[in-house]
Design a protein around this ligand. Structure first.
Ligand code: TNX
Length: 552
């Protein structure tokens, strides 16, 4: 080989290396803000792209009633590229199409295809289309260079979630959250394809839902602080009209709201209005609303079941969700039912050996109202011990109950028992998904922290909702939930600070199959999303600990 040929070859090799490097780095950019990571992506190894021009139009077969999704597309294009697409144009050269296609299986399944002349989002439901739009938004967010030139990389994303239940839980009972803040929260969670908001509407510290047949519940139970600011976090409730509006707001964004009415413990706000519904030994006792805890409804008083039949009827009528969550957690049974004449008489009559068997009686009666009004019950899963060793459930849950695992250390046992007894299970293990816990040693919350363990972002990301079990052993797992218990969450900014970035990790655990997930990739994809949240006025914690500081 002569010198000339040799130089030529080196030159060609260098050109190849340079262009392939360029393509690879370009290719990475369009994926750089996808979160949760889609489950199937095909990319074209090409430098050509879709280009928005004056001849690009919006096409859709969505019905008139679904104009929200068209507006959502326009909002995204305006925000990212300053473009508004016409629906008609005499020289249409490229199309952006939202296309309902009943042949696509799965209600959250979408296909987003970017070709040289068209961008198409196909799904069999409006929510599928919405998820395609959320992914499109993230393609534009991540691929800064192309987006600034009004271009999109060629790509095909065929995506659907690992789990059908991807929840966050809010607790306006402890500290009230105005309805506008709940909407803001929903808007952000929908970006990350969460599809359930569990609303913990009642607890010792507050009753937050208007019940028209029992106005005393909010009159007494929604105003913990009668001298302070009427509108502070101590005080407030949602009217049914506000909730109807909220439900609609959530529904178009694919978010189902599951109401939680916690019984038989966590009920001091009810006893504030109905002290007679507590156990017999507490009748003369003074209840200090906001301070007294661990008081329960009496299992032996039939007026309890009458009141809750009214409550469940109204809640069932208001919320379209099939599920009502009835709590069932942290019942101080021996302190209440164990010392109550009525409960003890009932226990004897039913031939029960243990006080806790009264839970079975209590929930049979409550669940008969749930079923009468066409709903299915969900409960927090409690075992016969609050730590290991625990062998069995606290009491026999009925077959149609969905259970949520939560207590530290008990999740493997909960998975095993729910599998054995045939219950559906939602994963909210304290170790990974309790987002009210501090994110790092010394971080918030600075008050009402009862010695909470730290749940770091990385720990949260390590969460596999299947707990690494063989598929057969995790078939009954329906999904995941991040909880934001509200004792130390005074307002929306603190709420989102506790939620993000860990909520991004929970979102990916719920949506993305384990084989598509990686901590190092997540960290990179997280940054553009945090920047985007900041641009939308969302407070979050800067996860400085995951970034090396040796590089400055
Ligand atoms: C336990 S988790 C509770 C809540 C508290 C939370 C954190 C669960 C089912 N019950 O009532 O808010 O710990 O403090």
């Amino acid at each position: 080989m002569n010198m000339k040929t040799c130089f030529f070859r080196i030159y060609i090799i260098m050109i190849c290396l340079f262009t392939s490097e360029k393509i690879v780095s370009q290719i990475n950019h369009e994926l750089s803000a996808l979160l949760p990571m889609p489950n199937h992506i095909e990319r074209e190894m090409s430098t050509s792209a879709f280009e928005f021009t004056d001849c690009t139009i919006l096409k859709t077969n969505l019905p008139e009633s679904a104009s929200f999704y068209k507006q959502e597309l326009q909002r995204i294009l305006k925000e990212r590229m300053g473009i508004t697409l016409p629906e008609k144009n005499s020289v249409a050269k490229q199309t952006v199409e939202l296309h309902l296609d009943s042949s696509i299986q799965g209600k959250e399944h979408y296909i987003l295809e970017v070709g040289k002349r068209s961008v198409t989002i196909k799904a069999s439901t409006e929510i599928g289309i919405y998820y395609g739009l959320k992914t499109l938004d993230q393609l534009l967010l991540g691929d800064v260079c192309r987006t600034s030139c009004r271009k999109l990389a060629l790509i095909r994303i065929d995506d659907q979630p690992r789990f059908g239940h991807r929840a966050l839980m809010l607790d306006p009972a402890r500290n009230f959250l105005p309805i506008e803040d709940v909407k803001f929260y929903i808007e952000q969670m929908a970006r990350y394809k969460f599809n359930v908001l569990q609303l913990h509407l009642t607890d010792d510290q507050g009753w937050r839902i208007e019940i028209k047949s029992h106005p005393e519940l909010v009159q007494m139970g929604a105003f913990r602080n009668s001298i302070g600011n009427k509108n502070g976090p101590d005080n407030g409730f949602y009217t049914q009209e506000q909730l109807r509006d909220l439900l609609q707001f959530a529904a178009v964004r694919g978010v189902e709201i599951i109401p939680e009415i916690d019984v038989p413990g966590h009920t001091v706000s009810v006893l504030a209005a109905h002290q007679d519904l507590g156990c017999s030994q507490m009748q003369g006792e003074k209840i200090t609303f906001g301070k007294t805890v661990n008081r329960m409804l009496c299992a032996g008083n039939s007026r309890v079941y009458e009141l809750y039949d009214d409550i469940i009827r109204e809640v069932a009528g208001l919320f379209p969700s099939q599920q009502i969550h009835l709590g069932g957690d942290e019942a101080a049974i021996s302190q209440n039912w164990g010392q109550c004449n009525l409960c003890q008489k009932l226990k004897e009559k039913l031939g029960y050996q243990k006080d806790r068997q009264l839970m079975e009686y209590f929930f049979q009666r409550i669940f008969s109202s749930v079923r009468k009004y066409g709903k299915r019950p969900t409960l927090w899963c409690e075992l016969d011990n609050v730590h290991m060793p625990a062998e069995d459930y606290l009491f026999d849950y009925p077959a149609d109950a969905t259970l949520i695992t939560w207590r530290l250390g008990l999740t493997p046992k909960c998975i095993e028992l729910t599998d054995r007894y045939g219950h559906q299970l939602i994963m909210a293990p304290g170790e990974y998904t309790y987002l009210d816990y501090p994110q790092l040693e010394g971080d918030l919350p600075e008050f009402n922290n009862w010695g909470m363990p730290v749940t770091t972002l990385q720990k949260c990301y390590e969460f596999d909702p299947g707990y690494g079990l063989p598929f057969e052993k995790q078939k009954h797992i329906q999904g995941v939930m991040g909880t934001l218990w509200g004792e130390a969450i005074k307002d929306i900014n603190r709420l989102t600070y506790m939620t993000y970035p860990r909520g991004l990790a929970v979102a990916e655990a719920g949506w993305t199959q384990m084989k598509q997930r990686s901590w190092s990739s997540f960290q990179k994809r997280m940054y553009p999303n945090l920047m985007n949240l900041m641009m939308h006025g969302v407070s979050f914690r800067v996860p400085f600990e995951v970034q090396s500081r040796n590089s400055y």
